[in-house]
Design a protein around this ligand. Structure first.
Ligand SMILES: Cc1cc2nc3c(=O)[nH]c(=O)nc-3n(C[C@H](O)[C@H](O)[C@H](O)COP(=O)(O)O)c2cc1C
Length: 307
């Protein structure tokens, strides 16, 4: 009898039944997608970014379609830590998948408090900290664009955390390798990249910005080449596991990141284009690798070479 195809991967100590993780902010808290696709199809779900207190987000319009992508300026709207634990986690606990709590803050203390609190709750398997947020005490510079601030906030969160800590990097920097090294040295257990790329769109008829916030984050197929380049650079800079994302909509897109050496990938905007994407991507990975005579995903990870 033919051996079953092995999709399982490891992100450090975190074992996933398959390499696909729902990207934060694109799959809600899981339940929102349950009418369309079984959320347990994912190897893990990174939930919508959480803050200590609920956040309303930015005024509308806050989403606009672009060529091969979308711009969003949601402004990290979320139910806050308490309501997440009381109202959202019970459903997530019923799923046959790993739960990654994505979180953010505006001070080092916020991040440490979030990491500590989320580590104590049953049903969360790993933490993902989004460091693209402004540090209110350092004049609003984003934590993720300054290596010293990034190291400080990751160090504080790591000290407070009792779960694997993934640090999600912003692509809006000159040299991603410097940031990757800084968070590795500060104790990150893994890195995920990329978050959205800052962009804007113009409403020509009105001669106004298309987004009320003026600028927003670009995601979707348009950003895949940038995400691949940054994943490759991060992989060359650190020894900790790297999770790749940005513009993945097909199995072959996912395999490109895995081939570079990413230990897993995240699926974001593709969930909006087609909620069943996760199933298609999984079967495309299996078909592609089976045709190559490869029986498990891990054998393909890191096979990239420059001739
Ligand atoms: C509508 C929307 C909301 C998002 N919210 C978050 C968030 O709360 N936290 C976070 O770390 N990333 C957030 N992201 C970024 C995605 O997780 C992902 O990094 C980015 O979209 C690139 O991947 P993609 O091209 O596959 O969508 C959001 C993206 C979108 C499109």
């Amino acid at each position: 009898m033919a051996k079953e195809f092995d999709l399982s991967v490891k992100v450090g100590a975190l074992e996933l039944k398959n390499p696909l993780i729902a990207a934060s902010g694109t799959f809600g808290y899981g339940s929102e997608f349950a009418d369309f696709v079984d959320p347990s199809s994912y190897g893990a779900i990174a939930v919508k970014g959480l803050s200590l207190n609920p956040k309303e987000g930015n005024p509308m319009p806050r989403i606009v379609e672009t060529s091969a992508g979308m711009l969003n300026a949601i402004g990290l709207e979320n139910v806050g830590l308490r309501r997440f634990i009381e109202e959202k986690l019970d459903y997530l606990r019923t799923l046959d998948t790993k739960v990654i709590a994505n979180f953010f803050g505006n001070t080092v203390e916020d991040y440490a408090a979030m990491a500590s609190c989320l580590s104590e709750v049953e049903g969360i398997h790993a933490l993902e900290m989004n460091i693209s947020c402004p540090n209110v005490k350092a004049g609003g510079i984003a934590f993720g664009t300054d290596p010293l601030l990034a190291a400080e906030v990751v160090g504080a969160a790591k000290k407070a955390a009792n779960l694997p800590l993934i640090v999600k990097l912003s692509p809006n920097v000159t040299d991603i390798k410097v940031l990757a090294r800084a968070v590795e040295e500060a104790g990150a257990d893994a890195i995920s990249l990329i978050n959205t790329i800052t962009g804007m769109a113009v409403n020509l008829d009105r001669q106004t910005p298309a987004l009320a916030n003026v600028t927003g984050g670009l995601s979707g197929p348009a950003i895949k080449p940038v995400a691949l380049r940054m994943t490759w650079e991060a992989l060359s800079a650190v020894k900790i596991p790297v999770i790749g994302l940005g513009g993945i909509v097909t199995g072959e897109d996912a395999l490109e990141f895995l081939c570079l050496g990413a230990c897993a990938v995240q699926i974001g905007t593709a969930n909006f284009i087609k909620p069943l994407s996760v199933l298609d991507i999984l079967s495309e990975i299996e078909h592609y690798l089976t045709a190559k005579g490869i029986g498990r995903v891990t054998d393909f990870i890191g096979t990239f070479r420059i001739p």
